[in-house]
Design a protein around this ligand. Structure first.
Ligand SMILES: Cc1cc2nc3c(=O)[nH]c(=O)nc-3n(C[C@H](O)[C@H](O)[C@H](O)COP(=O)(O)OP(=O)(O)OC[C@H]3O[C@@H](n4cnc5c(N)ncnc54)[C@H](O)[C@@H]3O)c2cc1C
Length: 311
């Protein structure tokens, strides 16, 4: 009997793992997904004839292997030349292109290259995404809110929370409680689906790389003294417009394509099924308890362990 791997969740990680198992081994992946849509946070939802992504996604990685993997799943549109530059959060790289690639109008599954600026609409104003602590950000916030932010920042500097054990404390210690409540709390909880108090502090470090109030104040002081030229400011603004790769039919169509390939190769995807519990014997998982997300019915998938299995 071939071996089976239970994968929890049909998001990018689960689908990639399933596809790679099918490519490289005889292990049959069974993906258990609690929703009726695949793609996880990278899904595309259809609503009244429109296709909506949960968040603005860019297919950008510093790793050639990851970029190649995506481009194997979905070809890049035909473009003149041999390569184009793409960017994400001010990082840049090139990707190979060919004039022989598909024309976006002719095919459904194609990575098109787009130029876009991503912004947050808040208080009827546009803020940079990811949020940057530039002067215009505070101008948009208004004087009263900025004063509150300043005071609460000073309080955080004078009396930081120690030990810093979760993301809420991480943000509060670095930006003050007021700025945390304004920009980080609701936003982070909405997009990641978890309260900041339940996310580890380490995670915060990679999300807010380069954001520092000290840098903002230094920059503002230099500007007042005239040592920051207009040209530099112009370059900062321009860099917010980025060129990137994007599946023509939304982020989720990439993951739908991977799901289709997983199914074609003999993998299984069970939707509307939530993994509730693993049942173990010693240190081995013998079964998975699954609840149907629609009916609430509970079922079990048993795993047959090969004899002489090394753990
Ligand atoms: C607003 C926003 C913008 C983003 N922008 C980018 C970007 O530009 N570029 C980029 O590379 N990444 C971006 N990301 C991050 C990207 O979406 C995630 O890194 C990626 O979706 C993580 O994939 P995952 O499979 O690990 O988890 P998820 O996408 O969270 O998928 C997990 C899946 O598991 C399912 N699940 C959870 N618990 C259970 C259970 N008990 N039983 C069964 N199923 C379960 C969930 O329903 C879900 O489908 C962005 C994310 C957000 C929110």
């Amino acid at each position: 009997m071939s071996r089976v791997a239970i994968i929890v969740g049909a998001g990018p990680a689960g689908l990639t793992a399933a596809y790679e198992l099918l490519q490289r081994s005889d292990v049959k992946p069974i993906i258990i997904e609690k929703c009726d849509v695949i793609g996880g946070l990278s899904r595309t939802i259809e609503y009244k004839g429109n296709r909506l992504d949960i968040g603005p996604h860019r297919f950008f990685s510093k790793s050639d292997r990851v970029m190649d993997w995506w481009m194997t799943m979905m070809p890049v549109q035909g473009l003149p030349g041999q390569e184009v530059e793409i960017s994400y959060h001010n990082q840049k790289r090139t990707i190979p292109v060919s004039p022989d690639g598909p024309a976006p109008d002719d095919v459904e599954n194609v990575l098109i290259t787009l130029q876009r600026q991503t912004r947050i609409y808040y208080l009827r104003k546009f803020f940079d995404y990811p949020i940057s602590l530039k002067l215009v950000t505070f101008t948009n916030l208004g004087l009263a809110r900025t004063i509150r932010i300043g005071l609460s920042y000073m309080k955080a500097m004078a009396m930081p929370i120690k030990p810093e054990s979760n993301l809420e404390e991480f943000f509060t210690n670095r930006f003050g409680r007021e700025l945390y409540l304004t920009f980080f709390k609701d936003y982070t909880e909405k997009v990641w689906g978890i309260a900041c108090s339940k996310i580890s502090a380490d995670w915060g470090a990679q999300r807010v790389k380069g954001l520092s109030i000290v840098k903002v104040v230094t920059h503002a002081a230099k500007k007042m003294l005239g040592s920051v030229t207009d040209l530099r400011q112009k370059q900062t603004e321009t860099s917010l417009v980025e060129q990137f790769m994007y599946p023509k039919k939304g982020t989720g169509s990439m993951w739908q394509e991977v799901a289709d390939r997983v199914l074609a190769k003999g993998g299984e995807i069970r939707k509307d099924s939530e993994v509730v519990r693993f049942i173990t014997e010693g240190n081995q998982i013998t079964a998975v308890e699954i609840k149907n997300s629609v009916t609430g019915a509970v079922s079990y998938t048993h795993l047959t362990l090969p004899t002489n299995r090394e753990v």
